[in-house]
Structure formats: C-alpha cells, structure tokens
Design a protein around this ligand. Structure first.
Ligand SMILES: Cc1cc2nc3c(=O)[nH]c(=O)nc-3n(C[C@H](O)[C@H](O)[C@H](O)COP(=O)(O)OP(=O)(O)OC[C@H]3O[C@@H](n4cnc5c(N)ncnc54)[C@H](O)[C@@H]3O)c2cc1C
Length: 469
C-alpha cells in the first residue's frame, strides 16, 4: 500500500486526507507543526456561544463540507443580516437606484465568471489569458460597466480580507466571487456552523494519524520516494530528527512560502514562494457599550471599503476598523460582543518595521479601534481576544502574469510531490475542498492507474462540480 504524507493539518490537509480515504488510500500520516489542527480556524467560546475569529462562512448548500459537518453533529445558523450604516440591507446598497440595470450588470459579471470557471476547471486557460486575468479586479469591473458588482465586491472581497479592489487580481476576484457567493450575499443566505469550525476540524482529525508538533523542515526527492526531515517539539525543547521512513507520495498542504526555507526546495517551489503575497489582518473580539442598539451589525461599507487609491488619504489609516459584526445574541441580557476586522498597516508591523514589536502592533490596533468606536458614539469596554495573522495567501499579480497558475499545475505530482491549500487554490475552504476532490482522484490515478478515459471523465466531472454553481 502506498504511504502518503500530508504536510499541514489545516482545512486543506484534513479534507484531502478524508477524500483520499474515499479513494481507498488509507496509509496517510499528517504532520502538523502546532499543537492544534485547523490552524487558521479560530473559534472563541464566550458568553454562551462561539465567535469565529477567522473562517466564518459558508459552506454553501451544495458544498461537500455540509454533509461532513452534519455528520459531526453541527447545525447551521444564519449570521445577523448584513446592513449598511443607514440600515439598508446589503442588496439594496448593491442594487442602488436602478435595480434592473444593476441586475443586468450582475448577470453580465456572472456570465464572464461562468466562462472563466468552466474553462479553468477543464484546464483550458493559457498563460496569455492568465496574464490578462492578472489585472486588478476593481478597475476591470468599472471599465466593463459592472458598478453593481463593484459595490458587492467591496463587501465580499475587501471586507473579507482578500485585499483591495485595485490591487487584487481579476483571477482571485473570480475565484472568490462565484455564482453561489454572489447569490448568497444578496439574499443573506450564508450560514455558519453553530459549534465552530475549530471543533469541526478537531473532530475530523480524530479519524487520522496526525503527528502534532512535527514541523517538516526539509524534503528530499529520490525519484521513487520522498524523505522528510521533521523538527519535533517536546515541551519547550526543539530537537531535530530525521525520519527513517520515506513516503511514496507527499502532499504539501501549507502555504508554499513555508517551502522557501527547505534545503531541498526545487527551483519551481522557490519561484512560487517568491510570487506569493498575503493580507496581514487582525480580528478582535470586543465588548462594546452603546453601539448598534438597532439590529445593525455590519457597517462602514461606503468610504471605508473603497479601494485604497480611492480613499481620501491621511484621514483613512490602513488599520482603521472597517467591519464590525455583532455576534448573534445568545439571549436576553447577553453581553454586546462584536468581531471587528482591521488590515494591518505595514508601518506598525514588526515584520516590515524593525522598530515595531508585536506588543506595539496590538496596542496600536486597539487604539485605532477605540478611536473608531468613539467616532460612532460608542465605548470599548473590553478586548477579549485578538488574532493577527496572514490571510488569503495568493499569487501576486506579477506571478499570475508570468504564468504562475499553469506553472503550479505542471508541478503537480512531479517526483511524487503534490500541492494544495489556500496559496494554490484560494482561501475559501469550500474551494480548497473541491480542489482536493480532484487532487485525490489524480493521486489515486498516479498510484493505481485506471482506464485513462474513465479517469479523465471522472476528473472533469469532479472539476466541473467545483464550488460556485
Ligand atoms: C481572518 C480570516 C477569515 C476567514 N474567513 C473565511 C471564511 O469566512 N470562509 C472561508 O471559507 N475561509 C475563510 N478563511 C480562510 C480559511 O480559514 C483558510 O483559507 C484556510 O484555513 C486555509 O487552509 P489551509 O489548510 O490551506 O492552510 P492553513 O489553515 O494555514 O493550515 C496549514 C497548517 O499547516 C501547519 N504547518 C505550517 N507549516 C508547517 C510545516 N512546515 N510542517 C507541518 N505543519 C505545518 C500550520 O500550523 C497549519 O495548521 C479565513 C481566514 C482568515 C485568516
């Protein structure tokens, strides 16, 4: 039986493990650098319910995740309705004064999206076309007369940490703003799992052999097998051990920037790592006094969500609070808790400014938050939890223009190493899971080749069923 190692027990690694088992591939070991699984998922339990500091939505109705979550005992709850600061629902803001014109614009967008989606699923997009898809999403929407979609994208793209509209590529815009997402945003049809994503991934991990506190630091390919060097952390001590056992196949399910420090990284892997960027993003759970007495839970869609170049300059600091969602109430008398989101300004970030520290960054974010709340006539009572991290690792526009997506595709399976996860596919968990369904078929085909025609049919059927329809 082929031995398969998966590096990273985040949503990508765990969902792939499950899909490989469905393909009858059972000898799977997952390596996880940290103590816990599901990494970027972070659910905090406070005041009688879970609050998501990272992934909140969906799965969508047709998602492969939905039955898995139901099987694990999760039910789904709607988040509070999204409204504008003036109390209008998001759909009204998107439609504006001319509902029919806006609907036509949205249909035009979805037509362009469908044309892209089908051809990408079938592997028909060449480097030249990817180069065109590297252009920024926002200006393209405007130029193509899709202002309604531009308004929606402020919510769906900028407010979800995928970057600013005049900086994020059309490719990533398409991958996130699928038919389902557009529809669900306008109908407030999104749902979140009531017991939290973290619990879900933890229960999924129980099915597999997950080596926690095992950081893979090197990969050696011999052509027939792949050897991993793993740093094992015990207590506070870090010791390095070389695993004796080699694997027949290895799947990299961590952002590919992780590979940059591996001695055995290939030129292609280093190239991709150099062409990735992500959003530095902070999510904070706070208690607030005197805010949103009305059931308005999300605001600041207008000026604060404008693409950066359309902002008005100095009075719009990058780390200004731009979305606040009141956590659905646990019941009468529960505390007014909000999850608020901020982009991290590089000038306050220790990664880009040597004078900054983690503590000074956190203090700065809270100071800005406090100031923003005062401007809304509210008072910050307590910071319960703050998460700062990299969000939505993605190919830079230069990386896309230089043929990054097809290069990644050509890397798949070479010397028995495969790639998945947010930096390869997209940050959306639904998307990653659907991509993994195709990847699992490809890995099985590499291990136990089936009739080529049958495999191609199976693969294309799975690819076309990708999230979005
Ligand atoms: C603020 C925020 C909001 C989000 N909202 C949503 C949302 O609403 N809907 C949605 O679908 N998605 C959302 N996401 C995205 C989603 O959470 C991520 O895209 C998804 O978790 C990425 O999964 P992954 O498995 O690719 O990577 P990760 O979650 O990063 O997992 C990688 C794992 O690998 C481990 N690891 C790293 N290096 C090594 C190594 N060398 N050896 C061994 N292990 C290693 C890490 O510890 C981690 O557990 C959000 C993310 C953030 C940050």
């Amino acid at each position: 039986m082929s031995r398969i190692a998966i590096i990273g027990a985040g949503p990508a690694g765990l969902s792939l493990a499950r899909l490989l088992v469905e393909q009858d591939l059972h000898d799977i070991t997952l390596y996880e650098a940290s103590d816990s699984v599901g990494d970027t998922s972070e659910s905090v339990f406070a005041d009688g319910r879970t609050h998501e500091l990272s992934a909140g939505y969906p799965p969508s109705g047709r998602s492969r995740l939905t039955p898995w979550m139901q099987e694990a005992g999760h039910t789904f709850r709607p988040p509070e309705t999204f409204q504008m600061d003036d109390g209008r629902p998001l759909a009204e803001f998107v439609y504006g004064d001319d509902v029919w014109r806006s609907r036509l614009e949205l249909t035009k967008y979805l037509g362009a999206w469908a044309w892209f989606h089908v051809r990408e699923a079938l592997g028909l997009i060449g480097d030249d076309e990817y180069a065109r898809l590297a252009e920024p999403f926002g200006p393209w929407l405007r130029r193509s007369g899709m202002d309604a979609m531009h308004r929606l994208a402020r919510r769906s793209t900028v407010a979800m940490g995928q970057g600013f509209l005049d900086e994020t590529s059309r490719l990533w815009g398409y991958r996130w703003n699928t038919l389902t997402r557009v529809y669900k945003s306008l109908t407030s049809g999104t749902r979140e799992p009531d017991r939290g994503w973290e619990t879900f991934w933890a229960s999924m991990a129980e099915r597999f052999h997950v080596k926690r506190r095992h950081r893979v630091v090197d990969m050696r390919r011999t052509g027939r097998e792949v050897r991993l060097r793993v740093e094992v952390q015990r207590g506070d001590l870090t010791e390095t051990e070389t695993h004796d056992e080699a694997y027949d196949h290895v799947v990299v399910a961590v952002p590919l920037t992780e590979l940059a420090s591996c001695e055995g990284a290939t030129a292609d892997e280093l190239w991709v790592a150099e062409h990735l960027e992500s959003t530095r993003y902070a999510t904070t759970l706070i208690e607030v006094e005197g805010w949103f007495d009305e059931p308005i839970d999300t605001r600041a869609y207008r000026e604060r969500l404008l693409p950066r170049s359309e902002r008005t300059g100095a009075d719009q600091p990058l780390d200004r609070t731009f979305v606040a969602s009141r956590s659905p109430r646990a019941g009468r008398g529960s505390r007014p808790l909000y999850v608020v989101h901020q982009y991290v300004d590089p000038q306050h970030d220790p990664r880009t400014n040597p004078e900054a520290t983690d503590a000074s960054l956190r203090a700065r974010l809270v100071e800005q938050l406090r100031e923003d709340l005062v401007a809304e006539g509210a008072v910050l009572k307590e910071v319960l939890e703050q998460r700062i991290g990299d969000h939505s690792p993605r190919l830079t526009r230069a990386g896309i223009a230089a043929g990054g997506p097809n290069r990644l595709e050509r890397m798949q399976g070479r010397q028995n190493v495969w790639y998945t996860g947010s930096s390869v596919v997209h940050a959306s968990i639904d998307h990653v899971v659907d991509y993994n369904a195709v990847l699992a078929l490809r890995i099985r085909q590499a291990i136990e080749p089936k009739n080529l025609m049958l495999h191609a049919l199976e693969k294309h059927a799975a690819a076309l069923a990708l999230h979005g329809w």
